[in-house]
Ligand binder design. Sequence first.
Ligand code: ASP
Ligand code: MG
Length: 422
Amino acid sequence: MKVFKFGGASVNSAEAVRNMAQIVQKHIESVPLVVVVSAMGKTTNLLEKLVPGVSSATEAATLRQQLRDYHMEIAKSLIPNHLDIIEKIDTLLHNLDGRVVSLVPSPEQYNYNYDQIVSFGELISTTIISAYLNTLGINTLWVDARQLVKTDHHYREGQVKWELTRAACKALVADSMTYSVILTQGFIGGTADGHTTTLGREGSDYSASILAHCLEAESMTIWKDVPGFLNADPKYFDDTVKISQIPYNEAIELAYYGASVIHPKTVKPIQNKGIPLYIKSFITPESEGSSIGNYHTISPETPLYIFKNNQILLSILPKDFSFIAEENLQVIFGLLNELGIRVNLMQNSALSFSICIDNNPQRTGLLIEQLRHSFHVRYNENLQLITIRYYTQEVIDRIVAGRPVLLEQRSRSTEQLIVPQS
Ligand code: ASP
Ligand code: MG
């Protein structure tokens, strides 16, 4: 079995869905192809505004109309006899309305409410795409990912219950061998007692990798709008180089440093089973793309760049000039953990401890406020964290381009720099 994942950009219009279906059609084999799909286009962003308490009733009504118009237009354009699909979409929207009014808009309930609402993006997209594939004569089974990817009750970041998920996958295989395609949602999962969870924003890659792991798939392919794994984000570089082969551990490192091409949790489940991961372009599906697998080095060998904007560098100093000792670090990490803040880079000296984190105004504000009970805190905002794997001095100089370096850390393979955002 093979697992394919299509993200929001690959299904953001009727034309995009037609293209996606062509790719699927070309890969049909004697065993079902498992296809994992995200919400269409930017639907998840829109749904975030429908979480109870986020928008006013009038705003919500407008957004709901936009949501309906967008999906109806795509469905009507794809499916000639669209009465059935219109009814199905309206039923889903009706269920969504029911959730919106029945959920209590409280901050404590926010994460729970979020998952119950935002999951409709994937439910609607897969309902339309499944109907379309069937009209093309591709025998498609629509599967509810909430019955497949089982998680705990950690809303907005469901932790996978592997045994339950494996069992559900096994049952699915037993029941679905006559189909050409098994179509399911990325991003969403379900608890044993029937509540919807999500795996974190952009989590569909991870969904596909969970399923590939549990189904012991032959391979997994992520179809993207870029030709493969590039050595830098094309937003920043004109002359990017496509990396053809990437070792699993290198892919994990790159995702950890913030390479946005794959979700950070994606690689481990497939690495554990030795399943190759291909990244290919849905725009030029015949071209080769990149593959992540059991390689020793990246190929071609070239520097790799990861840029993270909107960083804040905090310097934390004990008020009494005591050393930065384990007790202090324990307090600092305790707070970071409590607030769910990930440290992108850290460095300590005798009298201060510096951390670079994403500048999320709400969380950073809380962190600084709490730290100030025990420490002096200084900070610099609007920074960029640059990571260069396989650097040379020449490459570093070119990237820094004369900007002052606030902090630098270098290992044999990786250079990290914090500079003002240009
Ligand atoms: N639709 C979800 C999001 O936009 C999941 C995904 O696209 O991977 O975050
Ligand atoms: Mg998306």
